[in-house]
Design a protein around this ligand. Structure first.
Ligand code: HEM
Length: 142
């Protein structure tokens, strides 16, 4: 039986926009895109042999590259057929929206960037410590 025949017959596939897919990025409601197909991995996330973290990290994004980089077996590819819920209907700009990385997703959505502020704060802290040590050395030591 070809793997596509294993898609459960009662399952109705539909088209998803990138916006819709991106909305399903939580562990308890987790979709990802592989080769243009949309998969609902919510029920599978706890059973994934590669761990749940990698799947949650790819939640709501295009995980094709990540999936292929691991070199998943035929068995893994057959499991995909059980999880498919539809096709991604592509629009201009989707690449950015579905960028395959948790961090790329955050950048696109302008979620707080913890890297920018701490760098600035760290520089200030280093300066404050340096100044304190300098003056402490000069005025407190005999
Ligand atoms: C619905 C999609 C996925 C399915 C059905 C799936 C299934 C599997 C299966 C069955 C294995 C065991 C090894 C094998 O048979 O290849 C596995 C391992 C693994 N998967 Fe996935 N996987 C999926 C998505 C992903 C994604 C998006 C990543 C992201 C990086 C990932 C990362 C891994 C890793 C790191 C391992 C462990 C590899 C090892 O220990 O050699 N998987 N996966």
């Amino acid at each position: 039986m070809a793997s596509s025949d294993k898609v459960k017959s009662h399952k109705r596939l539909r088209d998803f926009s990138a916006d819709e897919v991106v909305d399903h990025r939580r562990k308890e409601d987790l979709y990802l895109v592989i080769h243009g197909k949309v998969y609902d991995v919510t029920s599978f996330v706890d059973q994934h042999p590669g761990g749940q973290e990698v799947l949650v990290d790819q939640g709501g994004v295009d995980a094709t590259e990540a999936f292929e980089e691991v070199g998943h077996s035929e068995d893994a590819r057959e499991q995909l057929a059980e999880l498919i819920v539809g096709n991604l209907s592509r629009q201009t700009g989707d690449e950015k929206l579905l960028a395959s990385s948790g961090s790329a997703y955050k950048i696109y959505h302008k979620e707080p960037q913890i890297s920018a502020l701490p760098t600035w704060i760290k520089t200030m802290l280093v300066l404050i410590v340096a100044i304190t040590v300098f003056f402490g050395w000069h005025f407190l030591l005999p």
